[in-house]
Design a binder for this molecule. Structure first.
Ligand code: WT7
Length: 665
């Protein structure tokens, strides 16, 4: 049984949504009368053509009944760039700071108002148009966390060009595959950026990707737009010897950013988009290799981004909000760019890493800007707990009110540290469950309205109807565990996969007709809390007992010797599957027979004898993607002693794989 944490006065006072009852009423209304619920929010936005009454949403989620589709606000025309910039400026908020930019080096920082940002976006948008980019054209973006990245995304949105941001940690192979798949006309990048003490020469990666796109995919990019970023920031490390001249310049394709905007007007009429016009696409990894180009459109996404931000972060005027995610991921799209700006919020945008110049950088930045909402990933929290409480306590974090978590289930140990040490026991934690595909949060706690349990994602957001079903598609009411699916669309849901609607239907709708299938497991407890138990492919079935890897990992990390754990299933002749556990130890901890024994005992006693791990392996590190996601597929291979691990190119550090084979038991 886990303890229930109620929101404290620090959070409840002056809250937008101060009670559970109010949440329940609003949730009920959002399901019973979506038209009245969402049209009220829609009225805050500018519509060049309003949607026709009665058309708030139409959809088909049943593959057996024909083509799957979702359409919100049919008949409407609007533009999200206009709504997050011009609308705010017209409302008298032009002088409000949109972003405080904090560079990799603490001495590099700047700020930009909504008005100034609008001018820059319009100029860049005009520059793109001038060079032949317009509605429906794809633009790849391979950028560091700098203000031009926001300018570029919004400029594309303004002219109806479809941005496809590729995280600037991806290799040239991945970038070329992604920009060729969507036939990008242009790519926007920077010469380079510092990440901690490491220099990334992004322009070189782009050049390689452009070359590979030609050679491998016969795709020619017209233009590579380059922001000269390195000259204006403080060098943070040594420029490697092998980088003699940092990069080459190719007159045929390369254009400087400033040459695009030079002489451009700050007035740029937006392209008015329908709910069928794509806003952006974002590639996400699929279980079958080829990345999926998740497609989002404007009207529904805009409403949902705005609503989730407002309620999940309990946003109020004068708040300073900081989401540490990179814009290369959906979290960056929705909760660095579109959602805060749709609420005229003031945000921090951070270029650096949590570990530079020291391991207290996150807390230093929170203190510097008096951050009220801080939103990061469990992997970062776990990494930071290792450096001890003192790193946090040397900073004044009294401004904090809401702490967000996203990307994976947060283990109770990390939750408690976040709650007690960072939040000083008075902030609310919002554990936000969602996906690239969902556009915005779908399960979460709400800071002042819902109670919290460490590790539980909590409750459905407005418009969301979660259902738990078993393998045979039978609905599990009340307490139980199974597949997490959704019975109807919410405004933020993706509308298709780029040029692959069949795959969209197959991956998300075929398994359980009538439902959107998340691919995650979930459990509803006796208090109605929803717990996301991890990917279904990470579900373990040991002797007929269904359990989640996350559950076992949570138990292992309770041991003070263990910093991080990853559990995978290993086929077992009698039990079907068995637990194979990788553990990363804290500094100074010793891996020996006693530790193995006590870890096994701990799992047995916390979950049950059936859950006793067969193997505990000491891991120097875990195979993670650059976004911090553990690639369990690879761990399963290691557990089985199968050297045939497949593609490791998306790993942050592929050498981990060999090390894990060496420490295998
Ligand atoms: C998958 C989606 C959502 C933006 C970042 C990741 C896992 C995400 C949580 C959470 C448990 C979570 C799920 C989901 N996930 N948030 N709060 N609790 N699991 O986006 O790369 O599309 O990954 O991340 O497994 O399906 P993504």
């Amino acid at each position: 049984m886990s303890r229930v944490y109620e929101p404290t006065d620090h959070v409840v006072e002056k809250s937008l949504l101060p009670s559970f009852e109010q949440y329940q009423n609003m949730h009920k209304e959002s399901l019973e009368d979506p038209e009245s619920f969402w049209s009220e929010l829609a009225n805050e936005f500018y519509w060049q053509t309003p949607y026709q009454r009665g058309n708030i949403v139409s959809y088909n989620f049943n593959v057996d009944a024909g083509r799957i589709f979702v359409r919100w606000l049919e008949g409407s025309r609007t533009n999200i760039c206009f709504n997050v910039l011009d609308r705010n400026v017209r409302n008298g908020l032009g002088e409000r700071i949109a972003f405080y930019w904090e560079g990799n080096h603490p001495e590099d920082y700047s700020r930009i108002t909504y008005m100034k940002l609008m001018d820059l976006v319009c100029q860049f948008a005009n520059g793109l148009r001038e060079r032949g980019i317009g509605k429906g054209d794809r633009v790849s973006i391979y950028m560091p966390m700098i203000l031009e990245t926001v300018v570029c995304m919004l400029a594309c949105a303004r002219i109806g060009a479809v941005h496809s941001v590729v995280f600037a940690g991806f290799s040239s192979d991945s970038l070329s595959e992604r920009m060729s798949d969507c036939k990008a006309k242009a790519i926007v990048t920077a010469d380079g950026a510092w990440r901690g003490e490491k220099l990334l020469v992004l322009k070189n990666t782009c050049d390689e990707a452009i070359q590979k796109a030609r050679d491998k995919y016969n795709h020619y990019v017209d233009m590579c737009i380059v922001v000269p970023h390195l000259d204006r920031v403080t060098p943070c490390g040594k420029i490697p010897d092998d980088v003699k001249t940092l990069y080459k310049w190719n007159e045929d394709v390369d254009v400087w950013w400033h040459d695009i905007v030079e002489g451009m007007s700050t007035i740029c009429p937006p392209e008015w988009l329908t709910p069928d016009d794509p806003l952006f696409m974002l590639y996400t990894s699929g279980s079958t290799g080829k990345p999926k180009g998740v497609l989002h459109t404007t009207a529904g996404y805009m409403l949902y981004a705005a609503a989730t931000f407002r309620y999940v972060f309990d946003h109020r005027e004068k708040d300073i909000y900081w989401c540490t995610a990179d814009v290369g991921w959906i979290t960056g799209h929705t909760y660095v760019v579109y959602a805060p700006m749709a609420n005229a919020a003031t945000s921090v945008m951070f270029e650096g890493t949590p570990f530079f110049p020291d391991n207290d950088r996150f807390w230093a930045v929170c203190e510097k800007y008096k951050v009220t909402q801080f939103y990061t990933a469990p992997t970062a929290i776990r990494a930071l707990t290792k450096f001890g409480d003192e790193m946090v306590k040397r900073h004044n974090l009294d401004s904090l009110r809401v702490l967000g978590s996203v990307g994976e289930p947060i283990n109770p140990e990390a939750w408690l540290w976040y709650y007690n040490v960072v939040g000083q026991g008075r902030c609310s934690i919002v554990d936000t469950f969602w996906q690239t595909e969902t556009g915005g949060h779908v399960l979460t706690s709400l800071p002042a309205a819902t109670p919290m349990k460490p590790g539980a994602a909590g409750f459905p957001f407005f418009g969301v109807e979660p259902t738990i079903i078993d393998e045979n598609g039978r609905v599990i009411e009340g307490v139980g565990e199974g597949y997490l699916v959704f019975a109807r669309p919410w405004p933020g849901i993706m509308t298709s996969l780029y040029q692959d609607h069949n795959r969209y239907e197959d991956v998300y709708f075929r398994k359980f007709p009538g439902y959107y299938c998340t691919g995650d497991g979930a459990r509803r407890d006796e208090d109605g809390f929803l717990w996301v138990t991890g990917r279904i492919d990470d579900m373990l079935n040991v002797s007929g007992h269904l359990m989640s890897t996350a559950e076992v990992e949570g138990v292992l990390t309770e041991d003070s010797n263990v910093a991080e754990a990853a559990v995978v299933s290993k086929p077992h002749p009698v039990k079907g599957e068995s637990l194979y556990c990788f553990v990363i130890l804290n500094e100074g901890a010793k891996f020996d027979a006693d530790l193995i024994d006590s870890l096994k005992k701990r799992v047995r006693s916390r979950i049950g004898a059936f859950a006793a791990p067969d193997v505990i392996q000491h891991a120097p590190g875990l195979p993670k993607t650059r976004s911090g996601k553990i690639m369990r597929r690879i761990l399963r291979k290691i557990a089985q002693g199968d050297k045939n691990v497949g593609d490791t190119s998306t790993l942050a550090d592929p050498s981990i794989v060999d090390m894990l084979f060496l420490t295998r038991r």
